[in-house]
Design a protein around this ligand. Structure first.
Ligand code: MG
Ligand code: MG
Length: 271
């Protein structure tokens, strides 16, 4: 069942979202050749702890509980990579996905970052992945149903010679990280049957996973890390979005977006 959020509830979600924004600002400032994915994860864990936010990923149920605060996925890893001793190298791309619950409300966002200088294919993948997310957000104002947005999103990705992963989808979000509806980044008979209206109060996480090669993915023996089957790189971009009477609002804006709006500096505990 889809629960629509009131304006006040969306305001609360915005605070959780801004702490996730702060986590991304922090990891982006740390990413460079030589750092380990475990160090990035620890920094985000410390940040959430400092602000009394509950990490949403640590302990997430699976064949083994997810052991970290962030999913960190490098190159051909698509999503759900486990942070650890892996050292980032010049030319890698790294996707960081994290979420927290603050005062009972959730925020969830993923972003893919270059490590130093990356090759042309990875650069284009980063650009198309980010643009596909922003295109989907923009399309919300012009579309009535999610399937219309998903069609534009998937078409944009395939037009650029890449593929949209179909094994994992976005989701409603609120007091729980994963709520109804499911938010697919592709369209087929089944997703059309589960299609939903885009209306004020709907809060969803849109999170296209874009593969340089085919859409096929598999899971490694750590039970979590999702890889492209062809070994080609993949990116992941996710925002938590509230649909308001004035259109879509990004609840996990990039720090650079906040700076453009004249909002700078660290997350404050007091609103
Ligand atoms: Mg996420
Ligand atoms: Mg998500």
């Amino acid at each position: 069942m889809i629960t629509l959020k009131s304006r006040r509830e969306i305001d609360r979600m915005r605070r959780a979202g801004l702490l996730v924004t702060e986590a991304h600002r922090l990891v982006e400032s740390m990413i460079q050749p030589g750092i380990t994915t475990g160090e990035l994860d620890q920094a985000v864990e410390d940040l959430f702890l400092k602000h009394h936010a509950k990490p949403l990923f640590k302990g997430f149920p699976g064949p083994v509980p997810f052991p970290a605060v962030c999913c960190i996925s490098v190159n051909e890893e698509v999503v759900h990579g486990i942070p650890g001793d892996r050292v980032l190298a010049e030319g890698d791309i790294v996707s960081v996905d994290t979420g927290c619950k603050l005062s009972g409300w959730c925020g969830d966002s993923a972003w893919s970052y270059p490590v130093g200088q990356v090759d042309e294919q990875k650069q284009k993948l980063l650009e198309v992945g980010e643009a596909s997310l922003l295109l989907a957000i923009d399309a919300i104002s012009e579309c009535k149903r999610w399937s219309e947005v998903a069609t534009r999103l998937a078409d944009y990705i395939s037009k650029n010679g890449f593929s949209s992963v179909e094994d994992f989808v976005g989701h409603g979000i609120g007091q729980e990280m994963h709520e109804d509806p499911q938010v697919p980044h592709y369209v087929d008979k089944e997703t059309v049957e589960k299609d939903f209206d885009l209306r004020p109060g709907l809060v969803i996480a849109i999170e296209p996973m874009v593969n340089a090669g085919t859409k096929e993915v598999g899971i490694t023996e750590d039970h979590w890390t999702v890889l492209t089957l062809d070994g080609k790189p993949s990116v992941h971009f996710e925002h938590t979005i509230a649909i308001t009477a004035n259109g879509p609002e990004i609840l996990t804006p990039r720090a650079s977006e906040l700076a453009k709006r004249g909002i700078q500096g660290e997350f404050q505990d007091k609103p």
